[in-house]
Design a binder for this molecule. Structure first.
Ligand SMILES: O=C(O)CCC(=O)C(=O)O
Ligand SMILES: [Fe+2]
Length: 280
């Protein structure tokens, strides 16, 4: 089928299937089976049954995904060397906010380690006359090597325990500093399957499947992590973190997110991206 169109007949057929009790997942499978293009099929389902119909693939409990153990929904979780609070959890998309993932000292320690290296990258940026400045991302950043110091290793193994995802499937921690007015416009963290550089990037560890953004300080105002598709704002609170996962590199995961502009003070975050496989 080349020119596929969403006709009134198709919409009526979808409505019939739904009335007959078939879940949208089965309707989608039937459409794909008879040759419909997935994105058109999802659009048609969304038009007839509402947005949520396009989000049938469960991201919670999907085997082979990073996922904290919330089966008991205890208010505090054991992350190996620290008790971490669960502040809130959303199932679809999977978003979990943790409290007290890091101690104040650990946050300060990471900022201290990152500071000098941020300064260095600023010098490089000046040398190239700002040619790499990206208006969508007005923060300064650096990457740690995995396990490069005792503090980094401790934090990484805590994250691995909490999210039940092997340490070697994670990229090195990235630290970002946002000054007043700086932001990170909404984006997806997975690698765009349509981008020319993606096949090469995927050779090292496969796709990203999850993100943990850890707040290293509490800005005076602004700087929340926003999820525009679901209307969620996560307040940046020192030591807290927001986790979200995406089982496919597609906007239907609803994991569009960004860092809203910092209004007062600075905002520091450490981001851990989780890959499908071993990242070396
Ligand atoms: O700063 C934030 O709140 C979001 C950071 C982010 O999206 C990222 O590091 O990928
Ligand atoms: Fe991101």
């Amino acid at each position: 089928m080349s020119q596929q169109a969403i006709t009134p007949e198709l919409l009526e057929w979808i409505a019939d299937q739904s009335r007959a009790g078939h879940p949208s997942e089965s309707i989608l499978a039937a459409m794909l089976g008879s040759g419909w293009d997935e994105s058109i099929a999802r659009q048609a389902l969304a038009r007839q049954l509402g947005q949520s119909a396009t989000l049938t693939a469960p991201s919670v409990g999907t085997p082979g995904m990073p996922e904290p153990d919330l089966s008991r929904f205890a208010p505090v979780m054991d992350a190996g060397d620290r008790q971490v609070k669960v502040v809130m959890a959303l199932r679809q998309p999977r978003v979990v906010v943790f409290g007290d993932l890091l101690s104040d000292e650990e946050c300060d320690g990471i900022i201290e380690l990152a500071k000098t290296r941020l300064a260095r990258s600023e010098t490089v940026a000046t040398g190239t006359e700002g040619s790499e400045v990206n208006a969508a991302r007005t923060s300064d950043g650096m990457f740690f090597e995995r396990c490069e110091s005792e503090l980094i290793r401790r934090v990484e193994s805590r994250i691995a325990t909490l999210l039940r995802w092997p340490l070697d499937h994670g990229e090195g921690l990235q630290v970002l500093r946002y000054r007043p007015g700086a932001e990170y416009q909404p984006h997806y963290d997975y690698f765009d399957p349509g981008h020319v550089s993606t096949p090469n990037i995927l050779k090292r560890g496969g796709q990203r499947v999850g993100t943990l953004v850890i707040y290293l300080n509490t800005p005076g105002a602004g700087g929340s992590t926003i999820f525009p598709d679901i209307g969620l704002d996560v307040a940046p609170v020192k030591g807290n973190a927001v986790f979200f996962s995406y089982d496919r590199p597609h906007p239907s995961t609803q994991t569009l997110h960004g860092g809203s502009p910092v209004v007062e003070g600075e905002k520091w975050v450490a981001t851990k991206w989780l890959r499908q496989g071993v990242f070396n």
